[in-house]
Design a protein around this ligand. Structure first.
Ligand code: ADP
Length: 628
């Protein structure tokens, strides 16, 4: 039968089925666990998504409300200027900003007066055409005393100029000082005091003056247009000797005002809103008003969104139609709830993204518990199957040993029985050729029947011993006498084979407290084995002496020896070793088990020393003064 065939026969099939059942159960358990975890994860993801959707709805509604409210307040001109934005009013072709100092320059023309150039035509003709600076200066001085501030300003700036060109710096400075004191008038389109201060700084070369001028420009002290602002800023910066960056926010707001100004005539929709990008920054423009009068709120979308989302455990972002983020932060990882501009009626698309904080810790704990429970169950299953498999294997081993025993014993019975039957038939039919031959047959009959008897007795003895049924009768036994008696029983058999048993023992009498019959059985088994398993070597040795508290009886042979791995097993009942199998030696596997049993009943020990290939020595150690 092939190896696979053997596995399909009981009880191995049991092992196979058990392994399959275990495998299937473990796989099923693992699969269910995995599915359960997966479901758990899906439910959790769904919960997170729902929460995000709710947050997105809530936030969109709040944002809508905020914008509507801002629009209403703007329409009723009751709006406050935002922290980092502006409120612009467009009316009668002028633009006003609140707060005014956030704009560096304005798109609309200034409302301030300026003297007509014709007033200075005569004096300028003296200055430039007739090259009479002194006369021109006198003329300008006269005009500088005019009651009209605009004329005064125009005259003073020209006086300063003509005196400077004449090299009369001190007088020129005095003229500029007077001019700097004038407010609300313009010369050559620029505020008179600004013109005066720049000219005076240039004349005196004062850096500190230039610095102050620059900070006044930044503070929005004068209402300038973009070109004027840039001109004065550059001149003041050059004079001050260091370059300074213009604040990007103020520039962007000024540009936003300019954009608003461009649209001042568009009255098609007075309630509009826009997102514009200026210098890489987004600005939100909200328009309200009536024809001819517009209010515009300019704000960073971030400043609208931030107060609404404070304290939320999610990431928010607003994007414009082109997908650019105008406020908040957009995370591309994780789950997100999206509200498009059309859905939410907001000027932007709203993204709400989950944060790790949203994936809750209790779920992780639950998952951990589930995984541990499954692992424990799988372990139990595997352990259980292992123990069952071990039990089945033991059963298999026992049944194998028993069937080996039955085979061995029946063989033991069959051969003497066969020869007894054949010989008795010959004798009964009177077919023995001679008296001598008949005598040989009788002797063989005696030998074979006593072999049978010994076998039956061995079996019965062993059975009784195992069932604790044999009563040992202890008495003082002389070791030498016992050994010699047992060995003499073997003499005829051994001599017939051309072999002999050598005895060595101490001269002094060493007595043991023992059951002589039982010890004789044990010794017989050992001698029988030594003779059986070493047919190549003619001698077997039996020795005895005293070792400490024990009498040691040794049976030594030069047979095949016993491998280390077998030395324990051969003392178990029905176990037969490789020596028996290799030499096809008859036996039952009971001999050594019996020896061990008997020795143990005498409170002794059995010792085995063996060198494979060299021989074996079995030693029975029996207490010198053994008492039952
Ligand atoms: P049996 O001799 O009937 O097989 P035993 O219990 O007496 O049973 O011995 C068990 C096994 O121990 C033997 O089958 C044999 O393999 C091994 N054995 C016992 N005595 C010897 C020996 N003297 N030399 C080698 N092997 C031995």
């Amino acid at each position: 039968m092939t190896a696979w065939g053997a596995w399909l026969k009981p009880p191995r099939t049991l092992l196979l089925i058990l392994s399959l059942v275990t495998l299937v159960s473990v796989s099923a358990l693992g699969w269910f666990g995995w599915k359960l975890l997966d479901q758990e994860r899906m439910v959790e993801a769904q919960r997170v998504q729902e929460r995000l959707e709710q947050t997105a709805d809530r936030l969109a509604a709040t944002l809508r409300g905020t914008l509507a409210e801002a629009g209403e307040r703007l329409g009723a001109s009751a709006a406050n200027a935002p922290d980092d934005g502006l409120l612009l009013t467009l009316q009668a072709n002028t633009l006003t900003a609140n707060p005014p100092n956030r704009l560096l320059y304005y798109p609309s023309p200034p409302p301030e007066p300026e003297a007509a150039p014709a007033v200075f035509a005569e004096a300028e003709s003296l200055e430039f055409l007739q090259a009479q600076p002194q006369a021109a200066a006198d003329e300008y001085r006269k005009l500088a005393d005019s009651g009209n501030t605009a004329v005064r300003a125009g005259a003073l700036v020209r006086l300063g100029r003509v005196l400077r060109r004449a090299g009369r710096d001190r007088e020129s400075l005095t003229a500029y000082d007077r001019l700097a004191a004038l407010r609300g008038v313009r010369v050559a389109g620029a505020p008179a005091d600004l013109v005066a201060r720049l000219a005076a700084s240039e004349l005196s070369g004062s850096r500190s003056e230039a610095h102050i001028l620059r900070s006044d420009l930044l503070a929005g002290r004068w209402r300038l247009n973009r070109g004027q602002f840039q001109f004065y800023w550059q001149r003041a910066s050059r004079l001050s000797g260091d370059a300074a960056e213009l604040p990007a926010d103020s520039v962007a707001l000024s540009e936003a005002a300019w954009l608003v100004w461009q649209q001042r005539d568009d009255e098609s929709n007075l309630r509009r809103q826009q997102t514009v990008w200026i210098g890489g920054r987004p600005y939100f423009l909200l328009w309200r008003g009536t024809p001819g009068r517009h209010f515009v709120l300019v704000a960073r979308p971030d400043s609208i969104l931030k107060p609404l989302i404070a304290g939320h455990g999610a990431l928010y972002a607003l994007t414009d139609a082109e997908g650019r983020v105008v406020a908040g932060r957009r995370s591309r990882a994780g789950r997100a709830a999206v509200r498009t501009a059309a859905e939410s009626q907001l000027p932007w698309t709203l993204y709400v993204t989950g944060r790790p904080a949203l994936s809750t810790a209790p779920v992780a704990a639950q998952q951990k518990f589930l995984v541990s429970a499954i692992v424990v169950m799988v372990l139990f299953l595997i352990l259980g199957s292992y123990f069952i498999a071990r039990a089945i294997r033991r059963e298999m081993e026992v049944s194998r040993i028993q069937s080996d025993f039955v085979a061995a014993v029946s063989h033991e019975f069959r051969s003497p029985l066969t020869s007894i039957r054949q010989l008795s038939e010959i004798l009964a039919l009177g077919r023995a050729p001679s008296d001598e031959r008949r005598q040989v047959y009788y002797e063989t009959l005696v030998r074979e029947s006593s072999r049978l008897q010994r076998l039956v007795e061995a079996l019965l003895n062993f059975g009784r011993m195992e069932a604790q049924g044999r009563q040992f009768r202890f008495e003082e036994v002389d070791t030498r006498a016992l050994v010699e008696h047992v060995v003499s029983e073997f003499e005829p058999q051994v001599v017939g084979l051309g072999r002999h048993i050598e005895l060595h023992g101490t001269e002094s009498r060493c007595a043991i407290q023992a059951d002589p019959e039982a010890i004789a059985v044990a010794l017989r088994n050992l001698v029988d084995n030594a003779v059986k398993y070493s047919p190549e070597c003619p001698t077997v040795w039996v020795e005895w002496d005293v070792e400490n508290e024990y009498v040691a009886i040794r049976v030594r042979d030069r047979g095949p020896g016993i491998a280390e791995s077998e030395r324990k097993a051969i003392f178990r009942k029905f176990v037969r070793g490789t020596a028996a199998a290799a030499r096809n030696v008859k036996g039952s596997g009971l001999g050594l088990a019996m020896v061990q049993h008997i020795v143990a009943a005498h409170r002794g020990q059995i010792r085995l020393a063996s060198q494979p290939g060299q021989g074996s020595t079995f030693t029975m150690l029996l207490p010198v003064t053994g008492k039952s």
